[in-house]
Design a binder for this molecule. Structure first.
Ligand SMILES: Nc1ncnc2c1ncn2[C@@H]1O[C@H](COP(=O)(O)OP(=O)(O)OP(=O)(O)O)[C@@H](O)[C@H]1O
Ligand SMILES: [Mg+2]
Length: 272
């Protein structure tokens, strides 16, 4: 069984330390929900695992089945079975969606697929994700709506079939139907035994995909871990109780980071 191990990970962006010693293990077959107040380092962690050049790893280790992930290029990480659906997918002008997918899928095979096989798989994936097939002719994410970009990320995941998928707020901007389509695709991959690290602020997605564990990131560290019942508690109460019951300070001391006050929770803020 594959295993992704993160040890004492320290990551900086523009010389500001964001991750301050993250320890986390993810096995295939697990779905880990990663929660935490805005600006505390969740996307930074996912970006660092995938090799986003905006983040500099200053200390620590990431290993996939004992292999040093930090020594791999982004491309090698992808081929090794890591996939990232970004919080804000980039628009890539000049890169045709279908050509990109064909190149990415062929890069994982010894022999390139026949055009017939490729188009059959492509059509099936577009159909299952409820994305019009004509969109495969458009440039990657260029002019896509917020929801279209998110569906497209999951479509890529389906076609690339990674061991570990890192999904960063995949539910943001999705309409009710799209949340259903996206979570169904995730559940199908879960059934195949794939591993997931899923960042979301909303219990609704987690209700649909049923994580096996929960981790809470505060001030650039995983400060609390527990079972999925934590999600309902955070949804109702925010993060205040972590300070009250466990003495975990939530205010960020670092001037380089956004100020987030105790108890900030996206759901609580919206329903005020
Ligand atoms: N490239 C960058 N340059 C400078 N600062 C950055 C960069 N990327 C992230 N940061 C800062 O690092 C901190 C953590 O950001 P990150 O995006 O990881 O938070 P998050 O936990 O994903 O928040 P959210 O829930 O709002 O998505 C923030 O204060 C952010 O402004
Ligand atoms: Mg984020």
């Amino acid at each position: 069984m594959s295993k992704l191990v993160i040890e004492n990970l320290h990551v900086s962006a523009r010389d500001v330390e964001i991750l301050k010693g993250v320890n986390l293990t993810l096995e295939e077959g697990e779905t880990l929900a990663l929660l935490g107040p805005n600006g505390h380092g969740k996307s930074t962690l996912l970006g660092a695992i995938m090799g986003n050049p905006n983040y500099t790893v200053t200390e620590g280790r990431i290993a996939l089945d004992g292999k040093d992930v930090l020594a791999m290029s982004v491309d090698e990480r992808s081929k090794a079975g890591i996939f990232l659906a970004m919080q804000y997918p980039s628009e890539i002008p000049g890169v045709n969606s279908a050509s990109f997918l064909k190149a990415a899928m062929n890069a994982r095979r010894e022999k390139p697929m026949s055009l017939f096989t490729f188009y059959s798989e492509l059509k099936k994936a577009y159909g299952e994700m409820g994305v019009p097939f004509e969109m495969s002719n458009r440039n990657l994410n260029e002019g896509f709506s917020g929801g279209e970009k998110k569906r497209n990320e999951i479509l890529q995941m389906k076609l690339l079939d990674p061991k570990f998928s890192l999904l960063d707020e995949i539910d943001s901007g999705l309409d009710v139907d799209a949340i259903g389509v996206v979570s169904k695709a995730i559940v199908e991959e879960q059934k195949k035994g794939r591993g997931f690290l899923v960042v979301s602020h909303y219990a609704r997605l987690y209700d649909l995909i049923q994580p096996t564990r929960v981790a809470i990131m505060i001030n650039g560290r995983i400060q609390y871990e527990g079972d999925p019942s934590l999600i309902a508690r955070i949804d109702q109460e925010g993060y205040e109780w972590l300070k009250r019951e466990h003495g975990i300070e939530i205010e960020k001391e670092n001037a380089g980071m956004n100020k987030v006050s105790i108890g900030t929770c996206a759901v609580k803020e919206t329903i005020k």
